[in-house]
Design a protein around this ligand. Structure first.
Ligand code: ES4
Ligand code: ZN
Length: 323
């Protein structure tokens, strides 16, 4: 049986800030003169007991205080790519959260330059091709998202698309109609988190109002059979993150994950790690987890790996759902 870790795969749902391991966080804190509210890495890991998305986000945004210079972002990205390569990742579409940095006085240009310095060497060093996706924080205003897109304009040659993340409930996709229209007019690809904690209706809205080509998570589509039918018919990819769903209490245990049912329904699903430093594993660990908990066959694991390349923006310069 092929080891999931060795299966060549694309990772399509990965927040680079969510790859910040406790050891690197403390090293960067020391270098940048930042004091963390944890005695050591063990105390920090102890805090990784999340009750929902918001309790995770509070810690995730807090720990970013250690990321200050372009070099910090380069090191963070190098560390991710090295771990990803060891788990069979050949292509990575990487999210970043510019507003989480600009709000702390780190310019978007510093972030993008730092990330890009790592990504430029990624094929040669790690055998991983990459794309960069800039996410808007949905719990910030639509005006802030527009200002973020504006600030990123000098760097758009480095950016493939836009996404939408952070606290979902109460922040429906339609709030960001204008910025997604502007992004599309600039030739950017569009994805959005939807149906993680929020309802299936947010998945429809992301498709209909924002024109997204891919749904991040999309777990709750299973509550709406008509929506499932549409996602199957239109072959809309869903980027699932099984270990994340357990850690953020969207499901109780991995054995309850709807991945098998989603595959059986004909959905184009992929397996990803989301925020691997916080959720107990990188993408190969997510593959291992669903194989063991759900009893997936080698053929099903290969299907998931194939799906990841089909759902990627590789070799496909035209939006698949032009609107
Ligand atoms: C996130 Cl798991 C998750 N959901 C929504 N937004 C996020 N940002 C980082 N991780
Ligand atoms: Zn995510």
């Amino acid at each position: 049986m092929p080891l999931p870790a060795a299966l060549p795969k694309a990772e399509l749902h990965l927040h680079i800030e969510g790859t910040l391991e406790p050891e690197l966080a403390f090293a960067l804190a020391a270098r940048n003169g930042v004091t963390l509210p944890y005695a050591d890495t063990a105390a920090l890991r102890e805090a990784y007991r999340f009750s929902d998305l918001q309790s995770f986000l509070d810690l995730y945004y807090g720990l970013m205080a250690v990321l200050r210079t372009a070099e910090d972002f380069t090191e963070l990205t190098d560390a991710y790519l090295e771990r990803a390569a060891a788990q069979g990742v050949r292509h990575a579409e990487i999210f970043f959260d510019p507003q989480a940095h600009t709000a702390r006085g780190v310019p978007v240009g510093t972030v993008i330059e730092g990330l890009s310095a790592s990504l430029e060497r990624s094929e040669e060093r790690y055998g991983i091709s990459t794309r960069l996706i800039m996410c808007f924080l949905r719990d910030e205003s639509a005006e802030s998202a527009l200002a973020t897109l504006e600030a990123a304009k000098p760097h758009l040659d480095r950016i493939t698309g836009v996404g939408l993340d952070s606290a979902e409930v109460g922040h429906p996709p339609a709030k960001f109609r204008e910025v997604y229209e502007a992004a599309a007019a600039l030739g950017l690809r569009r994805v959005a988190h939807a149906g993680e904690e929020g309802p299936a209706a947010y998945i429809r809205e992301a498709l209909d109002v924002l024109g997204v080509e891919r749904i991040d998570h999309g777990l709750r589509c299973m509550e709406d059979p008509e929506l499932v039918e549409r996602l199957v018919r239109e072959r809309v990819p869903l980027t699932l993150c099984p270990l994340s769903n357990v850690r953020l209490r969207a499901i109780d245990v991995l054995a309850d994950h709807p991945l098998r049912a989603m595959m059986a329904a004909g959905l184009l699903v992929t397996v990803n790690s989301d925020d691997p430093a916080y959720f107990g594993g990188y993408v190969g660990d997510n593959f291992d987890g669903v194989r063991d908990a759900l009893g997936l066959t080698p053929e099903q694991l290969r299907e998931l790996a194939r799906n990841s390349f089909e759902a990627s923006f590789l070799d496909d310069d035209e939006p698949r759902r032009a609107r």
